[in-house]
Design a protein around this ligand. Structure first.
Ligand code: NAD
Ligand code: UDX
Length: 480
């Protein structure tokens, strides 16, 4: 029986390995992590991450051919194929701080693999890493290997959170990069055979190592660039009376442009887009390509602009102050169907409103209250100037209440901000909400989920990203 061990039981390692176990009953899959808390959760009824469809798969495979363990070294030593799916966050200190990927976790995993291995292994980069990381990893492995042969493959993961299981079941493509040598090709074929259990062969793309590594950064950069493009357009729509949904539809029907990923929003979030673009920017800078670096930087600048613009719109509309006003925040996760809040636009929007002394009542169906508080108070970095932003503390936290229901959040509120597109927000009874709010009652829709016309009929003053402005908002100071 082929044995796979995955180092890192996170948002990628967990779901990816669960699907491999489900689709490959002839393979034993063990997911290991240094976090006892995470492994305990994977072995319990309360999985550490929320992902539609995941629980059923874990329940079906766990204890059969899927195992979660803290015995990292033993399981790595036993494995034929070792996936490394540890976190690769942005460095916050030292050389490249604010942009470069922090490969500390990756390097320590590689050193441990070299230390404990007694048989040849295929080591698979699952984490998103800078191009040429495989070369560094290869050096660490071969210099510490005691003569054991390691083949390094790059197999970046393209799943999106919230749809991880369907993305894994039915991927647009699986990408495998390897050395162009006989041993390298053999390793590529071995990994290909794993995916071929359920992925059609024509969707398994093989390339050289550097193309595979760079393709992952490129894919995220292109996706994020579409969102910043439509968001930049949304500002112009508001200034001109055009409707960004209509513009997106009109351009998206051009088959060369395509209709996906053109939803204007309060900004993109998630653990990947900003981190991976900053990483790309750093690589461009290190390769003496400042123009290419500046091009990609602009994608993040527009994203920051969109979040600031939203906060300014809220404040400007409400007579230039939200001090002591109650603002209901609906949604905190970076997108629907996940409890993940990493780089969620809600963090920056809430911080902006708290600095303006707003009283926030936050509701999200999946994010625990302690996570929201942690996110709001954690140190944030200005990636462009590489400085820490002002930390928020206990005083600001006193302005935050976390509630368990959208209606509860809106009672007596002056305004409602929708920051995640949870389906349940689409079917809220806004008449009931309006009746219990302070007047004038405002809705600021950062995800374009509400029916603007209907809400205006009820009596709300509505701001929806990139939509023609309410007469009220037109009279307010312009927001930058
Ligand atoms: P995560 O933080 O959820 O999980 C990483 C796990 O690795 C943690 O549980 C951590 O404890 C563990 N870990 C770190 N060092 C370890 C070590 N030496 N030994 C054992 N365990 C160790 O991260 P994630 O979201 O799963 O992302 C992992 C990688 O995949 C990142 O490089 C990320 O960029 C990439 N990626 C993420 C997504 C996503 O949607 N989250 C999608 C595609 C790619
Ligand atoms: C992304 C990539 O899609 C995935 O391929 C990669 O493996 C990891 O990074 P993820 O961050 O999980 O996945 O979610 P995604 O659906 O890409 O959304 C990212 C952010 O962009 C979210 O905040 C989302 O709300 C926002 N978004 C997405 C928009 O604002 N508009 C859109 O049209 C699409």
């Amino acid at each position: 029986m082929v044995k796979i061990c995955c180092i890192g039981a996170g948002y990628v390692g967990g779901p990816t390995m669960a699907v491999i176990a489900l689709k490959c009953p002839d393979i034993k899959v063990t997911v290991v992590d240094i976090s006892t808390q995470r492994i305990t959760a994977w072995n319990s009824d309360q999985l550490p991450i929320y992902e539609p469809g995941l629980e059923e798969i874990v329940k079906q495979c766990r204890g059969n051919n899927l195992f979660f363990s803290t015995e990292v070294e033993k399981n790595v030593a036993d494995a034929d194929i070792v996936f490394v799916s540890v976190n690769t966050p942005t460095k916050t200190q030292g050389l490249g701080a604010g942009k470069a990927a922090d490969l500390t976790y990756w390097e320590s995993a590689a050193r441990m693999i070299a230390d404990v291995s007694k048989s040849a292994k295929i080591v698979v980069e699952k984490s998103t890493v800078p191009v040429k990381t495989a070369e560094a990893i290869e050096k660490i492995l071969t210099h510490n290997s005691k003569g054991i042969n390691f083949e390094i493959l790059s197999n970046p993961e393209f799943l999106a959170e919230g749809t991880a299981i369907s993305d894994l079941f039915n991927p647009d493509r699986v990408l495998i990069g390897g050395r162009e040598t006989p041993d390298g090709n053999k390793a590529v074929q071995t990994l290909k055979a794993v995916y071929a259990h359920w992925v059609p062969e024509d969707r398994i793309i093989c390339s050289n190592l550097w193309s595979a590594e760079l393709s992952k950064l490129a894919a995220n950069a292109f996706l994020a660039q579409r969102i910043s493009s439509v968001n930049a357009m949304s500002a112009l729509c508001e200034a001109t009376g055009a409707d960004v949904t209509q513009v997106a539809h009109a351009i998206g029907t051009d088959s060369r442009i395509g209709s996906k990923f053109l939803n204007a929003s309060v900004g993109f979030g998630g653990s990947c887009f900003q981190k991976d673009i900053l990483n790309l920017v750093y690589i461009c800078e290190c390769s003496a390509l400042p123009e290419a670096a500046n091009y990609w930087k602009q994608v993040i600048k527009v994203n920051d602009y969109q979040k600031t613009r939203f906060v300014n719109r809220v404040v400007a509309s409400m007579f230039n102050t939200v001090a002591n006003k109650k603002v209901a925040i609906l949604g905190f996760a970076f997108k629907k169907d996940t409890g993940d809040t990493r780089e969620a636009p809600a963090i920056d929007v809430c911080r902006g409103l708290l600095v303006e002394k707003g009283q926030l009542r936050i509701y999200d169906p999946q994010v625990p209250p302690e996570q929201m508080r942690k996110d709001i108070t954690m140190v944030r970095f200005d990636w462009d100037r590489n400085v820490a932003l002002r930390s928020l503390g206990d005083d600001e936290l006193k302005q935050v209440t976390v509630v368990h229901d959208a209606y509860e959040a809106t009672i007596d509120a002056h305004a409602v901000c929708i920051l995640t597109e949870w389906d349940e927000f689409k079917s809220l009874d806004f008449k009931k909400i309006y009746d219990k709010m302070q007047k004038p009652a405002f809705v600021f829709d950062g995800r374009n989920v509400v029916d603007v016309g209907k809400l205006r009929e009820i009596g709300f003053i509505v701001y929806s990203i990139g939509k023609p402005l309410d007469a009220w908002l037109k009279d307010m100071p312009a927001v930058a």
